[in-house]
Design a protein around this ligand. Sequence first.
Ligand code: 7XF
Length: 397
Amino acid sequence: MDNTDFATHQIHGGSLERKNFRPLVTPIYQSSTFYFDTVEQGAALFSGDEDGYFYTRIDNPNQRELASRLAELEGGEAGLVFASGMGAISSMFWSLLSSGDHVIADKTLYGCTHELLNEGFPRFNIDVDFADLSNVVNLEKLLRPETKIVYTETPANPNLKILDIEQLAAAAHNYKPDIKLAVDNTFATPYLQQPLALGADIVIHSVTKYLNGHGDVVAGAVVSDSETIELIAANGLRYFTGSVLGPFECFLVSRGLKTLDLRMEKHCANAQEIAEFLEQDKRVKKVYYPGLDSHPAYELAKKQMKLPGAMISFELDGDKGYCALFANACKLCRRAVSLGDAETLIQHPASMTHNTYSPEALADADISENLLRLSVGLESASDIISDLKQALDSCDR
Ligand code: 7XF
């Protein structure tokens, strides 16, 4: 570079051997593109004859590391990461569906997933049926030759409904072996529940939540067999959505993942204590938590999950205004959507995460106007309980 100008030096100057530093932690490959030694190598990378990186929308070392780690945790052959949970969901659907296909979904889903299926898909001649899939007979009644995907969340957002993954997988596959059962495992994480081992075909994550765990990243993931993941990479991610997760976000999630088991143990222990507190308080009408024996699927949750998770929903004995009064009185619990962070978060699904649902669809999905959702954090359980208690006291009538 000796005989080149300033402008060239400022770009190409310095020499640094980039390999073999032996870093413990994978560095951030904050590079949108990767150079080729030769044109022939570029062509081989594009055609897949040579494995390697050439463009970060297609593949990047940080993405590959995170995706393969998530696949390993879920017990899947392969994984892919995305710029958001919705990016993962839409990339998966657009890769696997064509006009005329049919999808069956449980009626309790995260609000934007419900909106995609309810409002988005009919515009593209994809037929969607919503049903209560806690009864497998409801699935069996709706299966038809055009059915391609059965879509579920368990535990479901926001009311912690639990579905029997094994039973749903058997019913779908008995009808037609190539129907894909997709399970959004965001609330459980692979530490608590592994849908693929129970017969599901695809696992979805909003990585924004527990997997990252620190409230500073929006990300998503899909885990499945290699063939399905290759299809989603080649279609959904590459040109349908382009919903690419940046290298820095991959780095942050990879860091967060290292403490997933420790965090989940503490989240769950806190949640059990808090759910028990809420259930014994007369001012709380109903508590939805799979770790309480009052939960209709308490036994199933015990069978299917290692621990019951750390999301709690509850109804207060009052209207929407009373719920607001209570939530506004919380001092430690933050009024915020999202979940799985160190901070305890409280929100009102009917007006926030599920405001995409019509009033009728909310009622049909058992999401009442006076339901509040708590994402139990990692603070001391007794401090969270004191906060909830003082908030209940402060709006006592
Ligand atoms: O695109 P995102 O990373 O926000 O993930 C979408 C998503 C997918 N599946 C489940 C079960 C989810 O809960 C979410 C996002 N849920 C947040 C919440 O319920 O608080 C979104 C805040 S509006």
